[in-house]
Design a protein around this ligand. Structure first.
Ligand SMILES: Nc1ncnc2c1ncn2[C@@H]1O[C@H](COP(=O)(O)OP(=O)(O)O)[C@@H](O)[C@H]1O
Ligand SMILES: N[C@@H](CCC(=O)OP(=O)(O)O)C(=O)O
Length: 384
């Protein structure tokens, strides 16, 4: 199967689907701050002008920006980017205000208003909160305001974190049904190896599907202020693609380059959206929900779920961990503990412990359950 184009094939094949006018732009710390800490205001003003230009072209523009920790740590008195959670939170609390002030001033000089949205993971994993965030964003866009989004670092503990803002940008892109996700970074796209270390690394212009081989090309962060590196950007692109949103990862350094990135002519790598993208319910299940437990299944059930498009029946269940109730999301693994997917479970954990390994007939005789399927195929997503 074709995974990514050869470097020779390049641009003429860029038939990226970018009909939607709604663009999510993600800017990383390394593009906005200096390694010693503090905002690079000139650079930030440049991006603001690029956003303004895109906005004037009639696009609905949403910005996901990092930089709060990097902007704030020096002001607090830390010598380098802090590692401890409470220090990062303190730095972000200082830096976020500086970051917003800088965007607000820069965009105002372009005649554009902006708004701050600070989100945490539960804003996506709890359906009502996700809807509220979406309604707010919709109203801001209707009023011509650019929403500026960052993680709410002050209240995010490690378990609640998105991981990094690359992931946040993909979740936002799916939430608002964006036409394109543009991840701006300090390198002009994805290479076959980290170009900092491998002079023979070749650029990949276009990706149709993200495979394990492609993931293996990607390394960690390039600078002391960046966090996720190329790997987290590809993960973000994967989530956007599965949600039907095409993505771009690359560099925007000269005036007009953001528009070029939006037009399919940017300096970076383009990721196609998948034709059979997931319906919203399955996106939520796969990428936004928080599993309450784990269910291991045997090989027959694994095959039925992944290849047969079938529901999971009690007979295929071998192990249960965690406490869950009907309607909760559980992770499903194979016998070796490898994740194969997630689904909405119809049993409480205690019921499933009693039903595991039994035929459906036997289960009906012994336990009162609303549905015999442990997970119905319509409430299942394969993640293997
Ligand atoms: N295969 C690869 N192709 C391109 N860049 C890579 C690759 N692997 C690792 N990188 C590194 O990822 C860095 C970008 O990630 P990061 O430092 O987290 O930036 P940001 O702050 O923009 O999120 C690049 O500077 C680059 O050195
Ligand atoms: N919320 C953090 C984001 C950290 C982060 O993800 O950074 P990056 O890898 O530069 O996008 C901040 O604003 O500092």
């Amino acid at each position: 199967m074709l995974t990514h184009c050869s470097v020779e094939k390049v641009n003429q094949e860029l038939t990226v689907n970018m009909n939607g006018q709604r663009r999510i732009i993600k800017i990383g710390s390394s593009s906005l701050t200096s390694p010693e800490g503090g905002l690079n205001k000139k650079q930030l003003a440049f991006y603001a002008a690029e956003l303004a230009s895109l906005h004037r072209q009639g696009h609905e523009v949403l910005l996901v920006t990092s930089g709060a920790v990097a902007a704030g740590f020096k002001v607090i008195g830390y010598e380098s980017r802090p590692k401890l959670l409470h220090e990062k939170q303190a730095a972000a609390a200082v830096g976020q205000a500086l970051l917003m002030q800088a965007y607000q001033e820069a965009l105002a000089s372009e005649g554009i208003r902006c708004a701050q949205l600070l989100l945490t993971r539960p804003d996506f994993t709890t359906r009502g909160r996700g809807r509220n965030a979406m309604m707010t964003i919709e109203e801001l866009l209707r009023q011509g305001v650019i929403p500026i989004i960052n993680e709410n670092d002050t209240v995010s503990t490690d378990e609640l974190k998105f991981g990094d803002n690359d992931m946040l940008s993909a979740l936002v892109a799916n939430l608002v049904g964006a036409g394109q996700l543009i991840i701006i970074t300090d390198t002009d796209g994805l290479y076959t190896a980290d170009p900092r270390y491998d002079p023979n690394a070749r650029k990949i212009e276009r990706v149709e599907e993200i495979t394990g081989e492609l993931m293996s090309h990607a390394g960690g962060a390039g600078t002391s202020v960046g966090t996720g590196g190329m790997r987290s950007k590809i993960e973000a692109a994967r989530i956007a693609m599965r949600g039907g949103v095409p993505a771009f990862i690359g560099r925007v350094l000269e005036p007009g380059e953001l528009q070029l990135a939006a037009d399919g002519r940017g300096k970076g790598t383009y990721f196609d959206s998948q034709k059979n993208h997931l319906p919203v319910k399955k996106q939520w299940l796969g990428f936004h929900s928080t599993p309450s437990g784990r269910v291991a299944v045997d090989e027959g059930a694994k095959n039925a779920l992944i290849n047969g498009g079938k529901s999971l029946l009690p007979a295929g269940v071998t192990e249960i961990s965690g406490e869950f109730h009907p309607g909760d999301v559980v992770e499903v693994t194979d016998g070796g503990g490898k994740l194969i997917g997630r689904g909405i479970v119809n049993y409480a954990a205690w019921q499933l412990r009693a039903a595991a390994g039994l035929s459906s007939e036997e289960v009906r005789r012994r336990i009162e359950v609303n549905r015999i399927e442990v997970i119905h195929r319509d409430e299942w997503i394969t993640l293997a």
